[in-house]
Design a binder for this molecule. Structure first.
Ligand SMILES: Cc1cc2nc3c(=O)[nH]c(=O)nc-3n(C[C@H](O)[C@H](O)[C@H](O)COP(=O)(O)OP(=O)(O)OC[C@H]3O[C@@H](n4cnc5c(N)ncnc54)[C@H](O)[C@@H]3O)c2cc1C
Length: 482
């Protein structure tokens, strides 16, 4: 049995802790905040509840497979896409309905969507056998082969994939949107991100009743059941190690805790800058393009909006200009794509009767807004004006609007660089350049959105599974099954 310390109680850290405890290891988890869940956080005001992080759960079986039994809710639509020319695409989970909807939008493109979806399914199957099953190249699942490399369209960008399948620029924009699920630029992200529709049009997109953070509470209950010792409001100041192996951690305040295994659920950049300083590795992480961050407006809205879906995406008029602003000019986009989430559509607990809780999210650069050429308050006004011009006018209906910049979110989450997923998938080799799950000392492991296999709830949970299996290999339990 190994003594394990997990630094950070985000989803990746919690899943790793849970699986390691179930293997029979003695696990302690330290979380600097007074709650578990990390980015699975919420904001409440005047009877309204808002997610400060995830709004959509894909691959729910990753969580139900861990023993989470809460009944999930599936919104009627995956998403209501609104294009700049006023047209609309209602994304249904059922591939046949989706293809019909695409055909309605642009005659002739329905069959192309079916071909695109077929490609996405092949790419997803290949990813499960390789990318999601362990550190790249080291432990592909049985049955993985060279055809899996070809199935992810290496060398092609997501925008290139969109051009291959669709003639209508609106459908290319819809495909490019999937890059933002990983905080990336569709003109630089590998085509493999185009496998996400295989999830959405396969297992669907889900909502956790009571608010997404309830998922963290369910994981916390499983940790308790499995005997993981959780200490909240306890920050780890340093990881203790000699040249070869980890020895434990030092908590803020000076207490040292011995451990054979330390799992870091902080961003890799924070790990190598502060917890276990390592200039060479930090330089490597810093050399990766940061993922985007989020500019959030949380609004309490009077009345109910007819036809409002749980998830709406109001697209910019020019996708290329939008991503040039975010990733090249380092400024919030002059013409943003705005995601609108309204969980009150499916959950009366999220807003007072007769009102709506609107979360408006714009992808923005991760750096400090002090470096933006526009003040956050002016940008808030611009976003609201754009929405009004596009048929989502909240004038006269606003009870309040709260604004969260990347700096505000960073303050809440700590141990975070502000880039939602650490680094972006930038260039065809991006998946290989992301830090791996084994650290530079025996007994050190990394989990979470900044490392392999990447961010998003199901992926960080898969990272937790990968780490648990690596520890199981490196620290076999004597005399019992791992
Ligand atoms: C605005 C936004 C929208 C998103 N939307 C979606 C979505 O719709 N669907 C989806 O699947 N994903 C979404 N994501 C991404 C998803 O939330 C993250 O990928 C995932 O929650 C990150 O989990 P993690 O394991 O990396 O840990 P994190 O959530 O980053 O948690 C890390 C934890 O470690 C703690 N910590 C850090 N340093 C220390 C230390 N020294 N000592 C002790 N504790 C420490 C932190 O306090 C934190 O609790 C979104 C994220 C954001 C911010």
């Amino acid at each position: 049995m190994a003594e394990v310390v997990v630094v950070g109680g985000g989803v990746g850290g919690m899943v790793a802790a849970l699986l390691l405890a179930r293997q029979g290891h003695e696990v302690r988890l330290y979380e600097r905040l007074p709650r578990l869940g990390g980015k699975l956080a919420e904001y409440r005001r005047d009877g309204f509840a808002f997610s400060l992080g995830p709004s959509l759960l894909t691959l729910p079986e990753v969580f139900t497979g861990l023993g989470i039994t809460r009944e999930l809710v599936e919104p009627a639509l995956l998403c209501d896409y609104r294009f700049a020319d006023g047209s609309q695409l209602a994304a249904h989970r059922d591939p046949a309905r989706m293809a019909a909807e695409v055909e309605r939008l642009t005659p002739g493109e329905g069959a192309r969507w079916r071909a695109f979806h077929h490609w996405a399914r092949g790419c997803m199957d290949a990813s499960h056998r390789t990318f999601f099953s362990g550190p790249l190249f080291s432990r592909p699942q049985a049955g993985a082969g060279f055809s899996d490399v070809l199935a992810v369209a290496p060398g092609r960008t997501l925008a290139g994939l969109a051009r291959k399948y669709f003639r209508d620029p609106r459908l290319r924009q819809y495909v490019g949107r999937y890059a933002t699920y990983a905080g990336s630029n569709p003109y630089r992200a590998p085509a493999a991100l185009g496998c996400i529709p295989a999830l959405e049009h396969g297992q669907g997109g889900w909502y956790v009743p009571g608010g997404m953070p309830r998922l963290a509470e369910d994981l916390a209950a499983l940790l308790k059941e499995s005997g993981v010792e959780v200490r909240l409001s306890t920050e780890v100041e340093a990881i203790l190690a000699d040249g070869e192996r980890v020895q434990g951690v030092r908590l803020m305040g000076g207490e040292a805790v011995d451990a054979d295994v330390v799992v870091a659920n902080t961003d890799a950049a924070v790990l190598y800058a502060r917890l276990l300083p390592d200039r060479k590795r930090l330089r490597r992480v810093d050399a990766l393009a940061p993922s985007s961050s989020a500019f959030l407006l949380l609004a309490g809205v009077e009345g109910r909006t007819e036809g409002l879906a749980h998830h709406t995406v109001v697209f910019s008029a020019d996708q290329r200009a939008e991503f040039t602003d975010i990733f090249r000019r380092g400024r919030p986009p002059a013409d943003p794509t705005v995601y609108i989430g309204c969980s009150a559509v499916d959950d009366a607990s999220q807003a007072p009767a007769g009102t709506e809780n609107w979360t408006m999210l714009v992808n923005v650069p991760a750096h400090d807004p002090a470096r933006w050429p526009v003040r956050p308050e002016s940008y808030r006004d611009l976003v609201l004006e754009r929405l009004a011009a596009r048929g989502h006018d909240l004038a006269g209906r606003l009870r309040f609007v709260e604004l969260f910049t990347p700096a505000d979110l960073r303050e809440r989450y700590g141990g975070w660089t502000g880039a939602i997923y650490g680094s972006a998938y930038d260039g065809p080799m991006a998946p290989l350049r992301r830090p791996g799950n084994r650290g530079p000392r025996r007994g050190l492991y990394l989990v979470g959105g900044s490392v392999h296999p990447g961010g998003g709830l199901p992926l960080v949970a898969m990272g937790g599974r990968i780490v648990a299996s690596l520890v199981g290999t490196d620290f076999p339990l004597r005399g019992r099954a791992g």
